[in-house]
Design a protein around this ligand. Structure first.
Ligand code: AMP
Ligand code: MN
Ligand code: ZN
Length: 758
């Protein structure tokens, strides 16, 4: 079908080709007969679209199709068109070096197989297009940033750090992390709170308020009294604390500027098209390093007088449990400022006056983390935020990182290698200052440009721009959440790492996880510094018999592991004493057939007590409750009313308790485990597999029954559309006509989405 439509359009395209001048002839070779890539793509998409339409007009599978098929003419036509289509696809696939025995259409049974082939080919082609796009964009995939040992970058990356700077610098990485940096935490006026309790906002004065700050925050007495400071036994202190805080719970966890943000209205002037105001050249711009209260107050006054300013933060997360905001960059249209936020940590709240003033726009790029860091470290909030990252998304730009916007709008090459530098270093090296400064210097100009484009791309209507303002407001409503340790946390990590452990390994993992969390909070280090996850997994998998074996699992050995190797060894030994059972997966997963507390498919409820993933008795099981007397129930209720509200957040009490007794073969648990074991993992697995097989077969049968040429051509048409889109992209890159590619990224989604795209 594609072939036939091409011949129809041939006259069109040759007309366009006839107008070409000689300079374009070289490019022309890539798409013979087409003026440029756009024309080629327009033609290609048109062809695919009309083919898709035509295919929709074909008789549907089922009765209608069977009826048509009884006419030999129809059958013949279908077959010849089908052949053409297969031939065309097979050629495309061959051109890309993919397997392409899609053509031999004698075997109608292999529809699914052939469909897979097409999907595989698409994958290859899309991957190639992706690589070419990256290359055209200047990305070198192999480049890695300098990171401290054991550092694991977070999964969600807003800014991209692995971009190669265009002017290739010959120097290798500079020393971005120094060894003997004094811990800035030691100088903090207020100690960091690593306790396993939820974060409570630091705010105590609320400038620009429409709704007053709840008394909990203004009353120093309630805020300052921490349970551990009370001179009474711990259990009683918890109880008193609970009683005191109960009435404030709602206020304590609310966003202090929720009301103001809910009532924020973007003024008309910010929804109309601005004339982009060019940034001042760096050399002509004053840069002030703010590290005294006096300078900070002056800065605040300046900001309060402005109508917009740009903000960015630099952060350190390796040698601190919660992370530290090390630097704040602020740029107005006139000046750049770099604030030493380690030095001014306790004073920065004064900036709330400008930061929460709804008449001043605060421009950030990718503010999600910044908003949380500002709250966590300084009690700062932002009212009237504009996030250029959100704008870039709404504009569907090729990439949404700041370095891309800098290149696109300002033709500035930024060197994102410094992003992962150790920002605690003082005094800051000149190159780090310059890097930090460039993160905000151009941002107000970019803010102008993207606003203008958002209006232009929406025919002057403010809808899209309004969307960006709304998204930005949602980001400023984000609340910082402290990492909370629960008895289940280790399972979350296990699931993320996709590790399957036996009972001993899982126990080791659980104990190591708890040890690591406790020590990290206590020493104010990141968990990655205490014991990187990959080492923790290695120890759990190997369960070394000797302390030396633990050391061997950790190369290079983290200092705290070396220091506490005996403690770690005793945890591993404890794990080794567990009865050895295979745990197939995490308890929440539907795969769990043996240890899921809610899985009673194999055993009747009365027979076996509820057992949790780690083989412990679940004391809150309904069975238990039923067997309790009224008096016992009452007693439990009373005990529960005395419970610390934060109990669930407290580290497991058993971390350092030897559990030998629990796993004594004569104990009840061991008996239960044994019984479960006797039920045989294999037996259950076999049953599961048999069920799966039956389901699979039924599915296959259903597919075969409905599989016919019409269905096949539908699928192929979808595929050819994708391939065509891909050509579009590839052709553009080759021709280097438009360096900034505007095709939505989601088109490059992997084969999983293939069927959904068309
Ligand atoms: P940026 O907004 O790009 O200046 O980044 C702010 C901070 O986020 C940096 O100082 C880093 O601490 C952190 N950060 C940014 N990107 C990454 C990344 N890819 N991996 C780890 N940390 C990052
Ligand atoms: Mn940032
Ligand atoms: Zn930055």
């Amino acid at each position: 079908m594609m072939n036939s439509s091409k011949s129809n359009d041939a006259t069109d395209s040759s007309c366009q080709g006839g107008n070409l001048d000689t300079t374009e002839e070289v490019k022309d070779e890539l798409c013979p007969g087409f003026k440029d890539a756009d024309t080629f793509v327009k033609y290609g998409l048109g062809a695919v679209l009309s083919a898709t339409k035509a295919s929709a007009g074909l008789p549907q599978s089922g009765d209608e199709y069977d009826f048509y098929r009884s006419f030999p003419g129809f059958q013949e036509f279908c077959e010849s068109q089908g052949d053409k289509l297969l031939h065309c696809m097979s050629q495309i696939m061959q051109n890309h070096g993919c397997r392409s025995h899609i053509k031999d259409r004698d075997k109608l049974t292999g529809i699914e197989e052939r469909f897979d082939l097409v999907v595989d080919s698409n994958d290859v082609i899309l991957e190639r297009a992706g690589i070419l796009l990256d290359e055209a964009d200047g990305v070198n995939r192999s480049q890695k940033p300098v990171m401290p040992v054991g550092f694991q970058p977070p999964k969600i990356v807003v800014s991209s750090w692995n971009r190669k700077s265009v002017c290739a610098r010959s120097e290798t990485f500079r020393l971005l992390h120094a060894k003997n940096i004094a811990r800035p935490q030691l100088k903090f006026k207020e100690k960091v709170d690593n306790s396993n309790t939820p974060f409570v906002p630091k705010i105590f004065i609320k400038p620009n308020s429409l709704k007053a700050l709840p008394s909990y925050f203004t009353n120093k007495q309630i805020r300052k009294e921490r349970p551990e400071d009370l001179d009474v036994p711990a259990a009683l202190a918890d109880f008193i604390h609970q009683q005191r805080t109960q009435e404030h719970v709602e206020d304590m966890f609310a966003h202090p500027y929720q009301y103001e943000l809910d009532h924020l209205i973007v003024p008309e002037s910010l929804l109309s098209k601005p004339e982009p105001q060019m940034y001042k050249p760096l050399a002509e711009t004053n840069l002030t390093f703010v590290d005294s209260l006096e300078d900070l107050v002056t800065l605040n006054e300046k900001l309060c007088k402005s109508s917009e300013f740009a903000v960015d933060l630099e952060h350190h997360s390796y040698r601190s449990f919660l992370g530290l905001t090390c630097l704040m960059q602020v740029s107005t249209r006139e000046e750049d400022f770099i604030i030493d936020t380690l030095e001014l940590r306790s004073e920065l709240y004064i900036l709330n006056e400008a930061f929460t003033d709804p008449s001043i726009v605060k421009v950030f790029h990718g503010a999600d983390s910044d908003i949380e860091w500002l709250q966590r470290d300084f009690g700062l909030y932002v009212v009237n935020l504009f996030d250029t990252h959100q704008a870039s998304r709404a504009l569907n730009l090729a990439r949404h990182s700041l370095d891309h916007l800098l290149k696109h709008f300002c033709d500035v090459d930024s060197d994102k290698r410094y992003q992962l530098a150790d920002w605690r270093i003082r005094p800051l090296p000149e190159e780090m200052i310059q890097y930090a400064r460039s993160d905000t210097h151009y941002l107000l100009y970019i803010y102008d440009c993207v606003r203008a484009q958002l209006l232009d791309s929406n025919h002057g209507q403010p809808g899209l721009l309004q969307c960006v303002w709304n998204k930005s407001r949602d980001i400023s409503l984000k609340k910082y959440l402290k990492p909370i340790y629960t008895e289940e946390s280790y399972l979350e990590l296990q699931r993320k790492q996709k590790k399957s452990f036996n009972t001993q390994q899982l126990t080791a993992f659980r104990l190591l996880f708890a040890w690591r969390d406790k020590l990290a909070r206590q020493e104010d280090e990141s968990t990655g510094y205490v014991l990187p996850t990959h080492m923790m997994i290695k120890i759990s998998e190997e369960l070394p018999k000797e302390p030396q074996g633990i050391i061997a699992c950790c190369i290079p050995v983290p200092p705290l592991v070396r220091q506490q190797v005996n403690e770690l060894h005793s945890l591993v030994q404890q794990a080794r004493e567990m009865p050895l059972l295979k745990v197939r997966n995490h308890r929440c997963s539907p795969e769990v057939s043996l240890f899921g507390p809610h899985d009673v498919s194999k055993v009747s409820e009365g027979e076996v007590p509820q057992v949790t993933a780690d083989g412990e008795l679940d004391s809150y099981s309904p069975n238990d409750q039923r067997s309790m007397s009224v008096a016992q129930m009452k007693a439990r209720r009373i005990i529960e009313s005395f419970e610390n509200p934060f109990r669930m957040y407290l580290p497991s009490a058993d971390v350092h308790v030897n559990k030998n007794a629990k796993f004594d073969p004569s104990s009840k648990i061991f008996e239960i485990s044994k019984r479960w074991k006797l039920q045989s993992v294999e037996q259950q697995q076999k049953e599961l597999e048999a069920k799966k097989k039956i389901r699979e077969e039924a599915k296959q049968q259903a597919k075969k029954a409905s599989g016919n040429l019409v269905q096949l051509s539908f699928k192929f048409l979808k595929q050819s559309h994708i391939i065509c889109c891909c050509f579009h992209r590839a052709a553009k890159i080759c021709l280097e006509i438009q360096p900034v590619w505007k095709w939505p990224r989601r088109r490059l989604q992997r084969h999983k989405d293939v069927g959904l795209i068309v």
